[in-house]
Design a protein around this ligand. Structure first.
Ligand SMILES: Nc1ncnc2c1ncn2[C@@H]1O[C@H](COP(=O)(O)OP(=O)(O)OP(=O)(O)O)[C@@H](O)[C@H]1O
Ligand SMILES: [Mg+2]
Length: 359
């Protein structure tokens, strides 16, 4: 694991997970690596039984995370729902890493996801040479999680065609996957469960069938409550990302982070922070995730082409790109925001200048 670009959660936080496991004396559901309490500590941060610090991964409501974890200890699956960039994928990876030590049993949902991605497929060379046999069978991530008693992750569940989604119904209700070709079946081991994520902006692509919905507990991940919370999330993630990209990330970026978050929130909410000026919102979502990448890009610019400290002209291009998704409508929104809000703020003169130069 020397120079992989992005280690899996269970690799990156192997130390924390091991420290938590070593001192975890609370009851564990069968085949869980950690007790639900320790999983929550891993996700939300805190310390292990012997005082080793655990870094927070998800910043948000403790109750929400507890509900998600408790769901996974029951026979119901977990559906994380929310607008883009609310850490659905992020939380699902960390939950799987903490509970089963493996976050890689992953099905990426698209309109082209075949049933084989949820059930099983065949290695055709073997199938033709030897006929159907367990060796010729290619297990899906879901099937592998059933066999090992682990967590399977399904990303963007609602993008998957309905008939393929329905393949999950038997798995979730019977905890069994029949394999008629081999005249056999796979029964899920204890510990097996599914975490699915879905985006409620793109709803209507393929709605979940009622039968499938009944098998999931839904946890809705909210946008950050206030600017402080959002700044904290961006700061935390920029620091973590900076470390893995070998970019310096320090307290000196704090002011620029606050400004990016303010711009994002004002445009998203359609009103300035002081509540005085109404503004139009652009077509994009301006998620926290995008704020993180605007700042990270700014740091890369400042590191390689500046003096290492992020300034207005390092984030201007990123801001413009995040806001102007539709070249006509969004450009008007952005211009209006620059002229009526940014221009009026004395300490923001540098940002106004940098953005004007780009536009
Ligand atoms: N509350 C939060 N705590 C920690 N990180 C957060 C939070 N909200 C957003 N993030 C960060 O935002 C980034 C994007 O999150 P993620 O990709 O999981 O979003 P998503 O909800 O799956 O979005 P999409 O619907 O586009 O798939 C991650 O780097 C994550 O760390
Ligand atoms: Mg996602």
């Amino acid at each position: 694991m020397t120079d992989v670009l992005r280690a899996h959660a269970e690799q990156q936080y192997a130390g924390e997970l091991a420290a938590l496991a070593a001192t975890d004396d609370r009851p564990k559901p069968p085949n869980w690596r950690l007790s639900p309490w320790a999983v929550a500590t891993y996700v939300l941060g805190g310390e292990t039984g012997d005082g080793t610090p655990v870094s927070p991964k998800y910043l948000g409501s403790r109750r929400l995370v507890e509900v998600a974890i408790a769901t996974l200890a029951t026979d119901r699956a977990l559906l994380l729902l929310g607008v883009p960039g609310t850490a659905k994928t992020w939380l699902s990876e960390h939950l799987a890493a903490a509970i089963s030590g493996d976050s890689t049993q992953l099905v990426q949902g698209t309109s082209g996801t075949p049933e084989e991605a949820i059930r099983y497929g065949w290695n055709y060379a073997r199938l033709l040479a030897e006929g159907p046999s367990p060796k010729a069978l290619v297990a899906s991530p879901v099937l592998r999680a059933m066999e090992t008693g682990g967590i399977a992750r399904i990303e963007e569940l609602t993008r998957i065609p309905s008939d393929v989604q329905d393949a999950l119904i038997t798995v979730l209700s019977e905890k069994t996957l029949p394999i008629p070709e081999l005249d056999s079946e796979v029964q899920a081991r204890a510990g097996f469960n599914v975490i699915a994520t879905a985006n409620d902006r793109d709803r209507g692509v393929n709605d979940l069938s009622a039968a499938l919905k009944r098998r999931f507990n839904v946890v809705v991940l909210p946008l950050p409550d206030d600017a402080e919370a959002e700044v904290e999330i961006v700061r935390l993630r920029v620091e973590q990302l900076g470390r893995s990209l070998r970019l310096p990330a320090g307290a000196e970026h704090a002011d620029e982070i606050r400004r990016v978050v303010t711009v994002f929130r004002e445009l998203r909410d359609g009103v300035t922070t002081d509540g005085r000026t109404r503004i139009k919102s652009p077509s994009g979502t301006l998620s926290t995730a995008e704020a993180i990448s605007v700042v990270t890009n700014g740091i890369a610019l400042a590191t390689h082409f500046g003096d290492g400290v992020v300034r207005a002209d390092d984030v201007a291009a990123g801001l413009h790109g995040a806001v102007v998704k539709d070249p006509v409508q969004d450009r008007i929104v952005w211009q209006e925001y620059l002229e009526t809000v940014v221009r009026e703020r004395k300490p923001w003169a540098d940002l106004y200048r940098a953005c004007r130069e780009l536009a």
